[in-house]
Design a binder for this molecule. Sequence first.
Ligand code: 4AD
Length: 435
Amino acid sequence: MDFIPISKLPEKIGYSVNIRGWLHHVRHQGKLIFFVIRDSSGYVQAVAKLEAFNEEDGYTLAQNLTRETAVNATGKIKKDVRAPYNGIELQLSSIRPVINIASPELEYEIRPDSGPQVLADKRHLVLRGERTSDIIRVRDLVTRSLREFFFQRNFTEVTPPTIVQTQVEGGSTLFSFKYFDQEAYLTQSSQLYLETLLPSFENVFCVLPSFRAEKSRTRRHLTEYTHIEAEMAWFEFDDLLEFMEDMIIHVYEFLIPNPLIKKFNLNLQVPIKPFERVSYHKAIELLREFNIKGETGEFLEYGDDITEGPERALVDTINKPTFLTHFPLGMKPFYMKVNTENPKIMNAADLLLPGVGEIIGGSQREDDLERLVAGYKREGLDLNTYYWYTDQRKYGSVPHSGFGLGLERLVQAILSLEHIRDACLYPRLINRATP
Ligand code: 4AD
């Protein structure tokens, strides 16, 4: 039997078709049974009427079908403007379960009023929901658009290891474990490995999980997230900022025409270049001007970390994509380039988006051997462990820059999601690694 994808049904008005999929909704109305059938391409309303069934047991069987039963269905496609999907309806002559009838428990297990705990425990079933699966589809589009952007610019995609023995973003968020008789970590960032590839590939990127033992519960922190990282040779700081702008613009231009985005009812606009550029120094002043205080209830002073709350309030007030740049020396990791004109600041830039705050952390990299070694010392890192990274400055160092983008945070910002957990399949949070 040939099955037609549901998305192709609007072309089949007046014809008899076979489809297969899952019962997304089931509703009984007198002698009529309304189903919404789902496949990976879409949804269609199907209606069962007793007189339309030619097999004797067919209608009785249809009456017993429950939500999430996988079915084969046959019927005629009719135009019906009242039908909820594409103004068409499948008038069934047969609908049969493929293997078995789904357990009816689902109806009372997952309901509109189910609490977050239940929804998290049942994530494997929640992922069948329309909104949830649409978010995952948008995430796929975002990943594709980023890959497309990199490939258009001749980047090579690579896969560095995720079991590592060097920290990148500080010891406090490292997951460490026993690797046979040694200590190892789950990677926080593939950046250092990407940098080692520049002398052969010049432009590289990767799409890999990064792990952070984040002890704080926030709406934008996962313990495992998808990190899209890129590293570019011959890139100075300004080249980096322009590259990140073009990349974000590319993502929005790719997404906006997609009909899926319309389902979210968002008024997405392509951001305009250049994005706002606010130095850390200026940000401290702006926070005061906008009356935004730190977590302690006091205004932040120069040298304080701009933590999540004030950072988001700042970009929400500016209400445009904003680069937060030039952090004080020591506030950011050892690998960032010290500004040559003002050695008290670093050529670093976080990209903040309204609604979420930081979605990208980037910088020009320290290309000078001595200053890099000073960076290790500043952070108390063991030089021996980093011998392979240090070698990059001994053998053919060039100006270079790169960044890491949190995929879930970008999706969260684009779709205005309240919590990052909705932007991934099976969120890993401080209190959850199941299912
Ligand atoms: O700012 P971060 O820590 O930068 C780095 O790891 C650099 N080594 C990346 C690089 O230059 N190649 O992290 C980069 C991005 C953040 O801007 C954020 O979007 C995301 O990774 N991120 C997280 N996303 C979800 N949950 C967490 N716990 C995250 N920590 C960082």
